[in-house]
Design a protein around this ligand. Structure first.
Ligand code: ZN
Length: 324
């Protein structure tokens, strides 16, 4: 009995020793591994983890900032092709004020910069070409006169037509496209779209798209928001519906009827290679027919070629930086 007990005791002791040695070995390995854990800059894998985790978090925060103005969550938000805009162009310099960056940790710096979706303002090109663009949302008094001048001067331009106008004057839409001009969208209701939800913005653009298709047969993939009013949601939504948002680099201010000389001086003084020029062929632009021939001649005297927007974009890179 005693022998058996001693044997058992020995066996138990041996077992305990084995377990202890085993555990010591495992613990030792762990400690060793822990000590051998490479510093971030020594291991690509570790460095990769360090770098990618934070921006993902920051991106989520940025998305949250971004979605504040949208009532409904947008399932397409993260599916949009980022390659439409090179990363260096998607966030223009002016969106990142230097003062905000000073002494800020990197992660926070990324988090406080909202995701910026910029429209096109001009085209970066060395070619001396510019695009005259005409918005129309109201009336029929000016458009035929403008078309006549463009025909006489042999200029092809881009017209941004509002859906309701196109629906009301399909014969004028036909005149515009029949003359070889390009037709883009000026939206449906002429309102500041940045004040509306994503769904409402989408509805505005889609409604106009259908009206323009019905009257013109085809629409160039350019959307000029009413009043040139845009924000990330407007640019994003337009893009999800196949449109690039296009503002302008030079406003003729024709809609203010400031006088022919004023308009001519202003456009000639401000236009540069690749510029997109804003004018109107709406009835509100009462001096456009007097100013337009002088503007066309003046620009040509300066060596500029006058082309449609799509031709201009073929001559360079669309610039998403507001030069105004
Ligand atoms: Zn307008």
């Amino acid at each position: 009995m005693l022998i058996v007990t001693r044997r058992r005791l020995l066996l138990a002791l041996a077992f305990v020793v084995c377990v202890a040695v085993g555990m010591g070995f495992v613990l030792g390995r762990r400690t060793e591994q822990g000590l051998k854990q490479p510093l971030a800059h020594e291991s690509e894998e570790a460095a990769g983890k360090t770098v990618t985790d934070e921006p993902h978090e920051a991106k989520r925060v940025a998305d949250d900032i971004d979605t504040k103005r949208v009532a409904t969550p947008d399932p397409l938000r993260d599916q949009r092709a980022p390659d439409l805009i090179p990363a260096d162009k998607a966030v223009p310099d002016e969106a990142v004020p230097d003062e905000a960056l000073i002494d800020e940790p990197v992660a926070e710096m990324i988090a406080i910069v909202p995701k910026v979706k910029m429209p096109i303002f001009y085209v970066e090109t060395k070619e001396p070409a510019v695009a005259l663009t005409f918005d129309i949302s109201w009336g029929q008094q000016q458009v035929l006169g403008v078309l006549q001048i463009l025909r006489e001067k042999n200029v092809k331009s881009t017209f941004f037509l509002s859906g309701p106008w196109a629906k009301r004057y399909p014969h004028l839409v036909q005149e515009i496209s029949g003359a070889g001009h390009e037709i883009g969208s000026h939206g449906d209701a002429h309102v500041d779209l940045s004040r509306y939800s994503r769904d409402e913005v989408a509805e505005n653009i889609s409604t106009a798209h259908q009206d323009l298709l019905d009257s013109a047969g085809r629409v160039a993939p350019y959307f000029r928001p009413p009043n040139g009013d845009y924000d990330d949601v407007v640019v994003d939504t337009a893009r999800s519906l196949g449109y690039e948002t296009v503002i302008w680099a030079v406003d003729s201010l024709d809609w203010k009827n400031p006088g022919v000389d004023f308009m001519v001086d202003r456009v000639l003084g401000r236009t540069f290679a690749g510029a997109i020029v804003l004018m109107h062929a709406s009835d509100s632009s009462q001096q456009i027919q007097d100013a337009l021939p002088l503007i066309i001649d003046g620009l040509r005297d300066k060596g500029f070629r006058l082309v449609s927007l799509s031709e201009l974009t073929r001559l360079g890179t669309p610039a998403r930086r507001d030069p105004r």
